[in-house]
Design a protein around this ligand. Structure first.
Ligand code: HEM
Length: 280
């Protein structure tokens, strides 16, 4: 579903506007063979996403994500496994402080480290993006891994760099082509291949953390999301649930991707606005 109401008017493909005039507020187009339903106007978007939300809840299969993450986890999964993992993630993250005072303490502490790191630059120009990215991801790390990483930690810096590269490469032409003709692109070189290499490094990094957690797990006292997941996995060993090691990998990665980029970008824009409009 491509919802026109959520797109800025100047970014609307002109042809879509013509189609709305000709065919009305709901129409179907084929983009490279794939069927896309365009829904326009608040009334119809609300009907589709809210009133009939359960019928339209599934996500399309994206070939690149399927090959990178096997359609598991939170962000690209579907059906019952998605529901189960979403419920578990919300419940567990709340238990570990999301929206509560103890997470606020972590955040305040991280703000302290961040402003100290800003001060070290003594007023000279520097790229705030990298530091904000590290600070934001540290909050997610506290929830997921149970610890933060120093801004000077070279290995962690390279993981963050890989994350940002993966996000950037997702928008590249060769990645878009991969989603249209995966069978051909699999054999061709290009930035889409780099995404596989970078993602593997991140997967290895997460793998080490999961192994550490397994070795030091105390089921009576879960420390973070990974511990809680491992406990749930043990409980569900006998049945056919979505609690598996590969889902744990995918969910950890999703929390990282979904939480870090979004919050970093929001904070960066917030800072830029405050600099530009100091009277706010
Ligand atoms: C300013 C910060 C954030 C913004 C603007 C933002 C925005 C969004 C949006 C627009 C969606 C799609 C919702 C949908 O399609 O239904 C989403 C989904 C998601 N976000 Fe965020 N997000 C933010 C912070 C976070 C954080 C901090 C985390 C995790 C720690 C997170 C984890 C997720 C996950 C796991 C999903 C997929 C949920 C699902 O499919 O059920 N997000 N976010």
């Amino acid at each position: 579903i491509y919802s026109l109401s959520t797109v800025e008017p100047q970014n609307l493909p002109a042809v879509f506007v013509q189609f709305v005039e000709k065919y009305g507020n709901i129409f179907t187009i084929r983009i490279f063979g794939g069927r896309t339903v365009v829904i326009n106007s608040y009334k119809f978007v609300k009907e589709a996403l809210v009133q009939q939300g359960d019928d339209l809840i599934d996500r399309p299969t994206v070939p690149l994500f399927e090959d990178l993450f096997g359609n598991e986890g939170l962000v690209i999964s579907n059906g019952y496994p998605w529901k189960q993992q979403r419920r578990f993630a919300l419940h567990t993250l709340r238990n570990f402080g999301l929206g509560k005072k103890n997470l606020e303490l972590y955040i305040q502490q991280e703000c302290q480290y961040l402003s100290e790191a800003f001060t070290e630059h003594q007023g000279k120009p520097f790229n705030v993006q990298l530091l904000i990215n590290n600070a934001v991801s540290n909050i997610i790390c506290c929830l997921v891994f149970g610890n933060r990483f120093e801004y000077t930690d070279q290995q962690y810096q390279s993981i963050l760099h890989n994350f940002n590269e993966v996000m950037r490469l997702q928008g590249s032409m060769s990645t878009q082509m991969y989603n249209i003709i995966p069978w051909l692109m699999k054999w061709l070189p290009g930035p889409h291949k780099t995404m596989f290499t970078l993602t593997q490094v991140i997967k290895d990094f997460i793998d080490i953390r999961i192994k550490d957690h397994k070795e030091t797990l105390n089921p009576a006292s879960p420390r973070d999301y990974i511990d809680a997941f491992l406990i749930e996995m043990a409980k569900n060993e006998e049945n056919d649930s979505s609690f598996s090691l590969s889902t744990l990998h995918a969910c950890t990665m999703d929390l990282f991707f979904a939480g870090t980029e979004t919050t970093t970008t929001t904070l960066r824009w917030g800072l830029l606005y405050m600099i530009y409009y100091p009277d706010i």
